[in-house]
Every structure is written in C-alpha cells, then in structure tokens.
Design a protein around this ligand. Structure first.
Ligand SMILES: [Zn+2]
Length: 439
C-alpha cells in the first residue's frame, strides 16, 4: 500500500522547520504543512532533507575505490587503472556493479544520479546487438536500486588532444567511440528512459571531441540536459590553447554549447574570462570536491562562478567518497583552504547545491520538500555520535552518509534504519569488485 502521509520531526524547507506533515499522492508531494503527527502518518525522525542529487557519476569507477593509492602517480596514471577496469566490463557485470553502486548512493541519501556514460561498445569497439546494451544496463540498475537517473550519453570521438592535434582512439577507448556525431546521435536516439529515467547527453571534453564536430553536437544537445568535463587539468587548457588559441570554455561558447541547460563538470582551472563566460551563459558548474582532491586536480573558483551566475551543483564522480554531506562541505572546505576565509557558502547554499541545483542540471523538477515535487525524502538521525548537538540549520556541516536512517523515493521507502531494501550492499559489492579484478 503506497504511503500517503509522512510526518517529519524536522524538515528542510530552505531552513529547518519542526513538525512538518508531507502529503503524497502518486509519488508526488501534494501538501506540506506544520502539524503534529497524524495517527496514520509514517514518522521520520531527526532532520528530513529533500533527496540529494549526485550530478556527476561514472558508476564503474566504484570498483577503483581504495585501490589506486599504492604508488602515488598522477591523474593520468589513475586513468590507466580506470581504462584497465573499463576493458573488463560487459552489460551483465556492469549491471551488477552499477546496481550496487547506486544502492550505496541511495543508502547515502542520493535519490537521483547523473550518469555520464561513455562505456558503450564491446572491447575493440564493435557494437553489442543492442547498441545501447550498456546504457540500458545502467537505466535498469538505477530502477532496481530505487534511484532516479539521467543517463548522459557521452559523445567520445578522439583519444586525446596534444599540441600536435587530436589523437585517434586506442585500446579501451575504442569502446567509447561512435566514429562521428551522426553515428553517436543515431545510437542515442534508440535509448529509452522511463518514469525513473531521463535521457540527456554529454560531450566528454574538448580533448575527446574535435572542434569541427562541436556544432553538430550542439544541434543534438539542444533542449536536452547537456554535460561536459571542463578544464579539470591544466594540460587540457594548454593543449587547447596550442591548437585552437583559446580556452576550452571559449571553444565551447563559440560552438553554442554553453547555457542554462548545460553543466560544466569540474571547472577547475579557469581564467577570469572563462568565469565571466560560464556565469553570463548561466551554465551550471558541477564540482566534485572529493574526486578533485583524490586526483590532485586543484580547487575551482566556485564562489566566483556563483557570483558571476554559474550556480554550483555537486557530484561524486569516481566515487572515492559517496556521501552528499561530505561532498557539500568539501566545496566550502576547498573555498576556505583556497581563500583563507570561512563562510564562502552558507550551509543553506550548500544544501541547495546538493539538492535543487543538481536536479535542475539533470532535467528534474525536484530537490525541494514542496507541493508539486516528487516525494523524495532523506531522514538523517540527529542523535548519533556525529550529529548530536549540531544546530539543525548547520547539520550539513556535521552529518555523514552513515547518519542517513530512512530514504523515500517517489513516496516509497527504499532505505529503512540505514538498510537498503535489496539487502546488505557491502558484501555483494565486495564480491562483484573482487570478481572484476580477478578475471
Ligand atoms: Zn567525470
């Protein structure tokens, strides 16, 4: 029997409010009011946040967690390990891994994921019988894990950009490519979503799509959620300057790819001009602070971008950490370390970045506890050793994913007392990941 009322001891309505009754019909919130609990209401204790959006994910990277630190290395050596993993997955193993990676996300409070998907074809680059077998495996994995998904199918045509120009795809990258924009578009047209799934698009980066293909991509991307990795590493900027005599941001703008429907992921190494362009076009800036720290990428100018008009969103990217609270406060921690100032983003601004801004970037009208929004609710315990004593309005600065007690997606309770309804995620994840690295 679908639940119709949830009573929240406290709910986040832009600020912490006590005694909130949320009425739900067909998975959507129809009414929110201050009220004592009614006899039939499902009680949510602690603080109830709207569902968090994980705006940038590569689900298979979950199998790299805790395995890339032995001998230091660089972003580029990390990428070699990622490619080795990419070479091993097929639609069946990817479904099993992604289902568990998404279940971990839901257990942590994420109720929507933007999956930046480029692992399309069989090893060597031949299409599967269903050319979208991998994408459909991800959509199905999200459904079984109880998370909303925007599948951002990624155009990936070149193996890299150096001062000498674009490199051909090689090795595991052959699985990513469709040859040209027309073939990529044709394949993407065959993808289907569902109630829980939307289909968007992504441009891997200016490294992976030659400049002469950008206008064709922009035509396909119009009116769809569009994401692009942008200036994560200085090398990308240097190569782009050497070949095109402009920054990646300037190149994307001239191709018509920036705008309110577009999200620039990382936005780490930017010039003042880049910040002005991203802000002026109202492009969303998706930061992945735990990944950017893990990969030694650097710290992007998040406050400057926000002030210019580029709203921040947040993603866990390679999933070294899957925790919406840690991700949100890592954005503020980066600002503090970078500038020597506290309070660059208020706790309320961090919650907005982690909820409604991320959902908007993924094409969902969600991320607020309000009538007309999906009933996606995350109840966080306020009586754990970590959260005890925190001011309700500042809980985003102290809570962790381990404090998530109940998660409701579309009015359905998916996580209760910290346990996902598919069972113990950790043991199954260990099994799938060990198997992947063994074969
Ligand atoms: Zn990424």
């Amino acid at each position: 029997v679908p639940l119709t009322t949830f009573w929240c001891e406290r709910a986040w309505l832009g600020r912490a409010v006590s005694n909130v009754l949320v009425t739900v019909a067909d998975g959507m919130i129809t009414d929110v009011r201050e009220s004592d609990p009614t006899p039939t209401a499902y009680r949510l204790h602690g603080m109830v946040f709207p569902g968090f959006a994980n705006t940038h994910s590569h689900a298979f990277h979950r199998a790299l967690r805790g395995r890339t630190h032995a001998d230091g290395g660089t972003f580029w050596t990390w990428r070699q390990a990622m490619y080795a993993l990419a070479g091993r997955l097929d639609p069946d193993t990817y479904f099993r891994l992604a289902r568990l990676a998404y279940a971990e996300m839901v257990s942590s409070g994420y109720t929507c994921v933007g999956e930046f998907h480029y692992l399309h074809h069989a090893p060597g680059g031949a299409p599967y019988t269903d050319p979208n077998a991998m994408g459909h495996a991800l959509v199905e994995a999200a459904r079984t894990a109880g998370i909303r998904i925007t599948l951002l199918d990624t155009c990936y045509l070149a193996g890299g950009l150096t001062a000498a120009g674009y490199q051909p795809l090689a090795g595991p990258q052959l699985r990513f490519g469709d040859g040209d924009v027309e073939h990529w578009h044709r394949r993407v047209s065959g993808l289907h979503g569902g109630d829980h799934a939307k289909i968007g698009v992504a441009l891997h980066s200016v490294r992976a799509v030659p400049a002469d293909a950008l206008p064709g991509f922009a035509d396909v991307a119009r009116d769809r959620p569009t994401h692009v990795h942008l200036s994560e590493q200085p090398e990308e900027n240097e190569a782009c300057q050497a070949v095109h005599h402009r920054s990646p941001t300037e190149l994307l703008r001239s191709a018509g790819i920036l705008g309110p429907g577009t999200t620039a992921v990382h936005a780490t190494h930017l010039s003042d001009m880049d910040i002005e362009i991203l802000g002026g076009t109202r492009t969303t800036a998706c930061f992945c602070p735990t990944t950017e720290a893990d990969l030694a990428d650097g710290i992007g100018p998040a406050r400057e971008l926000a002030d210019a008009g580029a709203a921040p969103a947040l993603g866990s990217d390679q999933h070294a950490v899957v925790d919406p609270f840690v991700e949100a406060r890592a954005l503020e921690h980066g600002e503090r370390l970078r500038t020597g100032q506290r309070g660059r983003f208020s706790p309320a601004e961090l919650v907005t970045a982690a909820t409604s801004a991320g959902h908007r970037a993924l094409g969902w009208h969600a991320g607020e506890i309000a009538a007309g929004q999906p009933a996606d609710l995350v109840a966080v315990r306020t009586d754990t050793a970590r959260t005890a004593g925190s001011a309700a309005d500042q809980l985003v600065m102290s809570a962790t994913a381990s404090d998530v007690d109940t998660v409701v997606v579309g009015g359905r309770v998916v996580v209760r007392e910290g346990t996902h309804d598919i069972g113990t995620v950790g043991r199954e994840l260990a099994h799938v990941i060990e198997e992947l690295w063994r074969t």
